[in-house]
Design a binder for this molecule. Structure first.
Ligand code: ADP
Ligand code: MG
Length: 688
């Protein structure tokens, strides 16, 4: 009945009026996919009122304000004495207090002077900044309107968490287009009442009037959260049943070669007990007649890659192939660089395949996979392109599991005959939740780190002491230390983020000889190049300034210092992940959390937890208790199952309700449950 509406849900965003392929690709970092549905499932997180102010004096720096100003003069920017100056439009508010509007991209002066002509009143809306020289400043206002057109500035603006290259205007335009089409369809199609209700809830959430509309327990948010949990729980229930019932899904593999002993001999270190226990649990799964579905949870640095390697070697003993799937090119290359020499010693053919491989080289790799010669294939989802075939794919290992969508999982399953699945995740999900969240998977926990790790020294210091910090780390850099310097992506305004990382880069570049910069607006190749140069132990690049695009799981053993600016904006789990990028070598490592002026007492308390412990489980539990997941930056990297509407803390009761409803699922609900599973991408894995 709802087929046509699903058709629209599944439309690629690039076909939405005003979007196109380039803009659509920018949504990749923000949404789970590029469909209309992926957009709809991305709720705004905040409502910004935009009442028009007369006076700038009472507003706080950092606030987004909307104000009437009279344009006084134009100052063209450009390069003067080797420094970049922004273009400035000098204005005054109704009480003659100065307000300067600044544009950093100085090439469009004519465009802006036309929008802000001298002697005229304009309504501008943007984030308030301040300098002693000019007074109030608004950089790149989001709205500039004539007084007659002031109505074009929304009174309640829904603010979406965004990514680099996407403005809030883009979000609202896309949203308006999508709901316009939905209304057209609703008018002409037969749509089930439950679907109508669901769409109605989505619409309320995308056009919120107050922040209560977006609160987890607001009527519509709670409704959507329940739908999402119900979808997820019914999938778990079905999978669990099916797995229990289908006993002889596949023959148990027989050993053909001896490799594992050799593997233990070439290992450069002793496995930890936890690694060994996990490996044993997995080997036991191989002796069962049902395909493995196992999740390995191990804190950053607990040595999950070596577990993956051991398991791949075991598969090779059976003569079968293993795929190790990494979320990014860089990570795939890194795994390959680490594992290929070991494979060589074992006489095992290992290869890497990513989107970068083209032409003959790619073809040769494909032939080797098809013939079964390649036993361990490391790569990105390029490994599941249509033309990639396997002789006998026995095992799929997914590193940093949460980054992969359902579509990819289905693709994987079709490449082999019900291959075993092993997911590696750095998310220490509190045990209280793992049953409901990962109900259809077996879980192994690596709760131990390799011996000899020196605990990372973590400290928090205010942003204003940043110069002292720079001087303190300078001698260490001279001694060869490598530094990650992370600037946050302010989730809604990509311009100021860029400036944050960019200006920090420029500053550090003056102080140190060779600094790298990495952000989401660079193309992937360039980003990889910088990242690889930083990772190279012989390179002179000692400082890498980046936004949060810095890879989950990247391994730079010589990096010993991690600086995180505005650490208070991140989730604890995300900070913990970032911190895990250092402390991997034999030297003492440091993590410095810089906090801004606006930090709250609670924010400081959260940072204290990080200073006190390195135990990922403790941190995850605290993260959950203090703020709930999903409200802070970096939750994507934090590894919790990324629900769209569910708040782990606020919706704890809903988890239970949905679980009970899923278990008693009656046939009346089945149709709707099935639609919800489609909406939320909860795949029914067993028997597929
Ligand atoms: P993660 O669990 O975060 O993926 P990695 O697999 O990247 O961790 O391992 C982190 C580092 O620890 C790597 O450099 C790896 O070679 C090393 N390592 C793994 N297992 C051990 C061990 N048992 N003893 C010593 N070092 C180990
Ligand atoms: Mg890893």
């Amino acid at each position: 009945m709802d087929k046509e509406i699903f058709e629209f849900f599944n439309t690629d965003l690039q076909f939405i009026h005003g979007v196109g392929p380039v803009l659509a690709s920018k949504f990749d970092d923000v949404l789970d996919g590029r469909r209309v549905l992926d957009f709809l499932l991305h709720a705004p997180y905040y409502v910004r009122p935009r009442e028009i102010l007369d006076s700038v004096t009472n507003a706080q720096v950092g606030d987004t304000i909307t104000i009437s100003v009279l344009v006084k003069s134009h100052k063209r920017g450009g390069m003067f004495r080797g420094r970049r100056h922004p273009t400035q439009i000098v204005c005054a508010d109704k009480f003659a207090a100065p307000v300067t509007i600044q544009f950093f991209n100085v090439n469009y002066l004519d465009y802006w002077t036309e929008k802000l002509p001298i002697g005229q009143w304009r309504i501008v809306s943007g984030k308030l900044d301040y300098s002693n020289k000019t007074g109030a400043i608004i950089n790149h206002p989001e709205f500039i309107e004539t007084p007659e057109n002031a109505y074009k500035i929304p009174k309640h603006q829904a603010i979406y968490s965004s990514g680099e290259g996407l403005t809030q205007k883009t979000f609202s335009n896309v949203r308006d287009q999508i709901f316009k089409i939905i209304h057209e369809r609703i008018a002409t199609l037969v749509i089930s009442p439950r679907m109508l209700e669901f769409i109605d809830a989505l619409e309320h959430v995308h056009y919120p009037e107050t922040n209560d509309d977006l609160a987890p327990n607001g009527t519509y948010m709670a409704k959507l959260a329940y739908c999402e949990l119900f979808a997820h729980q019914t999938a778990i229930a079905i999978n669990r049943c099916a797995r229990r019932e289908q006993k002889n899904q596949r023959p148990i593999r027989q050993k053909k070669y001896d490799l594992i002993e050799k593997f233990y001999n070439v290992l450069p270190f002793q496995l930890t007990n936890a690694q060994q226990r996990t490996i044993d649990e997995i080997f036991a799964d191989f002796q069962k007649p049902v395909p493995m579905m196992r999740l390995v949870q191990g804190d950053v640095g607990s040595g999950k890659t070596m577990v993956a390697m051991a398991v791949a070697v075991k598969m090779a003993e059976f003569g079968a192939q293993t795929v190790l799937l990494a979320p990014t090119d860089t990570l795939a290359q890194q795994h390959f660089a680490k594992l290929a020499p070991m494979c060589e010693k074992l006489g095992l053919v290992c290869d890497v395949l990513t989107g970068r491989d083209k032409g003959t080289i790619r073809n040769e790799k494909l032939i080797s996979l098809r013939s079964g010669r390649t036993k361990l294939a490391i790569g990105t989802h390029a490994l599941f392109s249509d033309d990639v075939e396997y002789k006998d794919l026995g095992l799929v290992i997914i590193d940093e599991q949460h980054r992969f969508g359902v579509a990819q999982r289905t693709a994987m399953r079709t490449k082999g005959n019900n291959p075993d699945m092993l997911a590696l995740s750095a998310t220490p999900i509190p045990r209280t939740l793992s049953m409901t969240v990962y109900g259809d998977m077996d879980i192994s926990i690596i709760n131990e780190k390799p011996a000899g790790r020196i605990p990372i020294k973590t400290s928090k210091i205010p942003m204003m002491r940043v110069n002292a910090l720079i001087e303190r780390i300078a001698p260490q850099i001279e001694n060869g230390a490598k530094v990650f310097w992370v600037c946050p992506l302010v989730s809604e305004s990509e311009i100021s983020d860029m400036t944050a990382a960019q200006s920090r880069f420029e500053e550090l570049n003056k102080r140190f000889s060779h600094v790298g910069l990495c952000h989401g607006q660079m193309d992937k190749k360039e980003r990889d190049k910088v990242m690889n140069e930083f990772a190279d132990p012989n390179s002179k690049m000692h400082v890498l300034v980046s936004t949060t695009v810095i890879e989950v799981g990247i391994d730079v053993p010589s990096a010993t210092i991690m600086v995180i600016e505005n650490a208070e904006r991140f989730g604890l789990a995300a900070l913990h992940q970032l911190r895990g990028r250092v402390g991997r070598g034999s030297k003492q490592s440091y993590c410095i959390l810089l906090y801004g002026n606006n930090v709250t007492p609670d924010g400081l308390k959260r940072l204290d937890i990080l200073c006190e412990t390195e135990d990922g489980f403790v941190i995850a539990e605290q993260d959950l208790m203090i703020r709930g997941v999903g409200e802070l930056l970096g939750t994507k990297q934090s590894g919790w199952i990324q629900y769209h509407f569910v708040n782990y803390r606020e919706h704890r009761d809903l988890f239970k309700l949905a679980q009970m409803a899923a278990m008693n699922n009656n046939s009346e609900d089945e149709f709707w449950a099935d639609e919800l599973r489609q909406i939320f991408g909860c795949s029914v894995t067993a028997g597929a």
